[in-house]
Design a protein around this ligand. Structure first.
Ligand SMILES: [Zn+2]
Length: 69
């Protein structure tokens, strides 16, 4: 299934398909379909909600790509 969609964090990069688990080259968000589609969901690949990740990205300019939690 192909479904191009923008990165929910930076809204600049476009992922090629839904739930690709690719990393956004701009903000480092992993294209986790659960976290990407449920704004309050936490505990997926990124370990943060979209909103938390966006705030961290804005504040730090970039976020560590690896989630250790
Ligand atoms: Zn992004």
């Amino acid at each position: 299934m192909e479904e191009k969609h923008k990165c929910p964090v930076c809204l600049r990069y476009e992922f090629e398909e839904y739930g690709s688990f690719d990393f956004c080259p701009i903000c480092g968000w992993c294209d986790d379909p659960l976290e990407g589609s449920k704004p309050g969901y936490k505990g997926g690949y990124n370990g943060m909600t979209v909103e938390e990740y966006r705030q961290a990205w804005i504040n730090n300019d970039k976020v560590c790509f690896v989630s250790n939690e």
